[in-house]
Design a protein around this ligand. Sequence first.
Ligand code: TYD
Ligand code: MG
Length: 455
Amino acid sequence: MTKTKTIFYCQNCGAQSPKWIGRCPACNEWNTYVEEVVQKEKKDSTPIPGSIGRSAKPTPIDAISTGNEYRIDTANQELNRVLGGGLIPGSLILLGGDPGIGKSTLMLQVALQFKKVKILYVTGEESEQQIKMRAERVGKINPNCFILTETSTQAIFQHIEQLQPDLLVIDSIQTLHTDIIDSSAGSISQIRECAAEMQRYSKLSNTPVFLIGHITKDGLLAGPKVLEHMVDTVLQFEGDRHHGYRILRCVKNRFGSTSELGIFEMTGMGLREVHNPSEILISQRDEKVSGVAIAAMLEGMRPMLIETQALVSTAAYGTPQRSTTGFDTRRLNMLLAVLEKRSGFRLGTKDVFLNIAGGIRVDDPAIDLAVISAILSSNEDLPVEHKACFAGEVGLSGEIRAVNKIEQRVAEADKLGFRWIYISAFNKKGFQPKNYQIEIIPVRKVEELFSLLFG
Ligand code: TYD
Ligand code: MG
């Protein structure tokens, strides 16, 4: 009889210890150690398709062919963009996101759009009927897409051996379990071992594998950090539940840049690719309203115009409230302090609410100029010209700082028919405006912006 072996794992970072400890020495979290049963004996017994008769041997680097970086077109332009131009054969991709954000929908849609290749969609979360219903909703049926409801990796590999799919989707990694390890599905050691088996499979058979992963309440991918280290690409699907827009970000990519992002809209018929985000992120209105300014921002490599809305009102209670959606609250506080201290606008006793359209989170500092314009506009109750847009960072001394890729921002604003763009005066140097219709207005200081807008 084999003796049951147990190990204690930190649920936060995946560190292990032979006995229970209160505080993890690796990540310093308290009470994260959980006992898990590990059985070592059967370790070599998982047959991975494609692994038979192969063993690696040292190869001179110049003798290794890269296959000219062949990429599979996923028929989904936004996904292709995020992956860096398409899917690399033999890559392991982790797709994370909050529950209900649309991970299964995205993967199913991708599986249904593929032409002439065999796809195996393994689900441990839903029934075949549920998947079929979703496929009908999305409106595409592909006879090459196979659905398997199974959670044991050994059984999955048996089916793979028979079916020989060209693409594998696992929904989700947390529901898988392998016979090698006795602990329950979703535990750290199970996740790690199942992911390792999928990694071996994808590398040996040169099949791309998508793993869907859950996100914990802290916004981390549930499971050990090692999971993120094991995979080639980590994609994050995010968005505000109350809005239709979803952003697919690349957090890690061994085969391309992480600066690209894909935009989708969740509709009644699945996810729609949004190729021109600017048009939807600006509300179409003719009358002028105060507190609204358009930012020419850059998400990834893509310029887009987005509406920032501010509401400044006298604080009802002693402590003024500062609340934001899609923007860092600390950055808002910093901008308010700059307006107060450097330019003498009395905002210390006001409630300030800031909203970025479409529920999109923005990190680009170039949005600062639009944010302060919206705040000043709301504070003065004077509208900003609706054909004006802004691109500039605000420094601590109230100076407007240059931002990168200004030409792309100006070109996008010009294309969309804006008449004025306010940029940093320092950006104007070394930048030759081409035949733009749009008038470029350089700004140096916050006060200068104020007098240009409302003076
Ligand atoms: P789902 O893909 O199940 O999310 P996840 O796998 O990330 O948990 O998406 C679920 C949500 O998407 C659900 O609230 C319903 C909505 N939805 C639509 O609005 N339209 C559609 O066509 C589909 C298929 C889902
Ligand atoms: Mg799902």
